[in-house]
Design a protein around this ligand. Structure first.
Ligand code: MN
Length: 231
């Protein structure tokens, strides 16, 4: 096969304890999946889960012991952190039932759904797509993927993010409105999941702004933490 120009490289994420990388297919994200975060965004109650996507080349892979570098994005004056558990799909399917969902999971990682909140809010007001607020370059820092068998009880794990050593978000995966299995059921009813898909499962309350020079450290109990500096 000859191409007009060099095709983009496969985007991949490091796997804890393996030399092979996890090749990424798509990045799905769940909106407003913790009650207290839904409230801080001006919503209440349990609404059906909804989804948006980020491009795979928005990932910044921050390996253990290294600091990811996230350039402060253009067009925004309100760059927000959203700490999230990321589910890595190893076995695809559609119309997956919640009871079978865990069989499709390869592992888990810590991720940041970085958001140009001012632009997202403007798009919401206008009833337009969120792409410019959510799916921009370098908007998805992620740590290494831990295989599910080594990750411990992820459904009850604590998650947190600190900015310059100060707590900003701290909650528990148990507080997800739509849990991991239910999220996979809903998502796979709308799209056929493929090996290599990543699912950012949503963020708890406490989202807020970061500026150039800030260092974010995020973690989920049982997973490799992530450190990212905004440059
Ligand atoms: Mn999010």
């Amino acid at each position: 096969m000859q191409y007009l120009f060099t095709p983009p490289a496969v985007v991949s994420v490091t796997v804890v304890g393996k030399t092979e990388q996890f090749p990424v297919h798509r990045i799905y994200c769940v909106g407003r999946n913790y009650e207290e975060h839904a409230k801080e965004m001006g919503f209440t109650g349990r609404e059906p889960p909804f989804f948006f996507l980020k491009p795979t080349d928005a990932l910044i892979v921050a390996d253990e012991g290294s600091t990811g570098q996230m350039p402060y994005p253009s067009l925004t004056h309100n760059l927000h952190h959203e700490i999230e558990l990321v589910v890595a799909i190893g076995f695809g399917g559609k119309n997956i039932k919640a009871a079978d969902a865990y069989q499709h999971i390869f592992g888990y990682a810590v991720g940041l759904d970085m958001t140009r909140r001012d632009l997202q809010n403007e798009m919401k007001k206008l009833g337009r797509p969120w792409c410019i607020g959510k799916a921009f370059d370098a908007s998805a820092p992620i740590g290494p993927i831990t295989p599910a068998a080594q990750a411990g009880d992820i459904a009850q794990a604590e998650l947190f993010v600190q900015v310059n050593g100060v707590d900003r978000q701290r909650s528990n995966i148990a507080k997800l409105i739509w849990n991991i299995a239910e999220t996979i059921e809903h998502l796979s009813a709308a799209w056929t999941l493929q090996p290599g898909d990543l699912i950012f499962t949503g963020t708890p309350e406490g989202v807020g702004a970061v500026v150039s020079g800030d260092t974010l450290t995020g973690g989920v109990t049982g997973l490799t933490p992530i450190t990212v500096t905004v440059v």
